[in-house]
Design a protein around this ligand. Sequence first.
Ligand code: PNS
Length: 163
Amino acid sequence: MARKVGPAIFPGSFDPLTNGHVDVVQRTLNIFDRVIIALLSNAQKSSLFTLEERINLLREEFKSYGERVEVKSFSGLLVDFARHEGSRVVIRGLRAITDYDYETQMALMNKHLYDDLETLFLVAQESNSYVSSTLVKQVASLGGDVSKIVPERVLAALKRKFS
Ligand code: PNS
């Protein structure tokens, strides 16, 4: 019999949440009962949205899923957070081939640190394959239209930031 894997963990910076992230969460819920969205709290990395703003946006966005989606922040190693949450599965979205190097490096390093932890990659839908938080911020800051690639509440938050 397969061993229990606990909740799936979907880690990231989510600065800000995009439709690509939303798709990954929804598809993860087709496979796992519960997902913990693990927001990296990194004082060294400058972000557009504060940790609190990002947590609130994520919680609001996934409110309708109830207990199936939890949003938590973590600092330090992802493997320690996963152990603490009793999880043996990390989910990451893969867009283009350019993600592959970085993502496999992280997955293998995490496996080196915690052999029981598996990283599962969900291939981004074609329509989201070019969507990244970095580009969203750049385009929005220059007045470009990102309404089709971020959730409505994120769009409103971006407008407030750049107004
Ligand atoms: O959305 P991002 O910025 O691509 O997410 C990166 C993240 C948060 C998954 C990664 O930076 C991470 O897991 N950081 C925690 C530190 C850690 O565990 N490092 C060793 C694994 S390579």
